[in-house]
Design a binder for this molecule. Structure first.
Ligand SMILES: Nc1ncnc2c1ncn2[C@@H]1O[C@H](COP(=O)(O)OP(=O)(O)OP(=O)(O)O)[C@@H](O)[C@H]1O
Ligand SMILES: [Mg+2]
Length: 233
């Protein structure tokens, strides 16, 4: 479904990604792991059309999306939940969700999308008139995911799902996302390596702007080097 082939990405003058290739098949859940500054967010930005690659190519369902603008990439069926969530703090929960549904001009589609988000995260229904900025961290993450889902993506990119969240909330959000798996493909950046590996089928490990390892999540979870480096075992 998604094929990233040999991309190089710069931030200003500085190269931050080197020759990155990865694949995600429809229906898969794939994790990207790596320490701070490894380039995980830059990779998400490149896929989402925010940081155009200087070299290489990104294809989605057989069409080239690298070089397209972020709003065009959204229309192809890719949505990004950005690092730090970035919900609109002054807007209500409802309005935040409507912003995510802008690709559809039909009010009925927007209402249906909103119902699906409320079914996934019932607390958002209770808070629908409340300003985004007054929600807890976990609720803001649910809102950010809900907003991304409003465009009905086939591929959902989530950058740092669990950052700053209590384990119980993290688990709740992972469970909700597991329920999506049949319709939505998920590419997930996580710093909680154990959580990421137990909720994905495959993973890629990044170091200093390159992919250094990849494989089945179970295999990586059992790997001594990875356990030492990322799980502190
Ligand atoms: N706006 C920017 N301008 C210039 N360099 C940047 C910018 N944002 C990030 N970088 C650099 O790009 C490299 C990759 O950063 P990136 O944010 O992609 O890493 P990351 O793996 O997401 O890190 P983290 O785990 O801290 O979120 C780092 O060396 C970082 O310093
Ligand atoms: Mg990041």
């Amino acid at each position: 479904m998604l094929e990233v082939s040999n991309i190089d990405v710069y931030r200003g003058e500085t190269q931050v990604l080197w020759d990155i290739s990865l694949e995600v098949a429809a229906g898969e859940r794939v994790a990207i792991l790596g320490s701070n500054g490894a380039g995980k967010s830059s990779l998400m930005g490149a896929i989402a059309g925010i940081l155009p690659p200087a070299g290489g190519k990104i294809n989605f369902k057989g069409e080239t999306i690298s070089g397209r603008k972020a709003y065009e990439v959204t229309r192809f069926g890719i949505a990004l939940v950005p690092e730090g969530r970035r919900v609109y703090k002054e807007m209500s929960v409802r309005e935040n969700l409507e912003m995510g549904g802008y690709v559809s001009r039909k009010q009925r589609r927007i209402d249906q999308g909103m119902e699906q988000v409320f079914a996934l995260f019932p607390v958002l229904r209770d808070r629908r008139h409340q300003a985004g900025g007054t929600l807890s961290g976990g609720e803001q993450q649910m809102l950010a995911i809900g907003r991304a889902l409003m465009s009905r993506p086939e591929l959902l990119l989530i950058d740092e799902l669990s950052l700053g969240l209590a384990p119980r909330i993290t688990k709740e959000i992972y469970q909700a996302i597991s329920g999506l798996e049949l319709e939505t493909t998920v590419l997930l950046v996580e710093q909680n390596v154990e959580m990421a590996l137990s909720h994905s089928q495959r993973a890629y490990i990044m170091e200093s702007g390159r992919i250094t390892r990849s494989g089945r999540s179970e295999t990586l979870m059992a790997d001594d080097d990875i356990r030492r480096a990322y799980l502190g075992l």
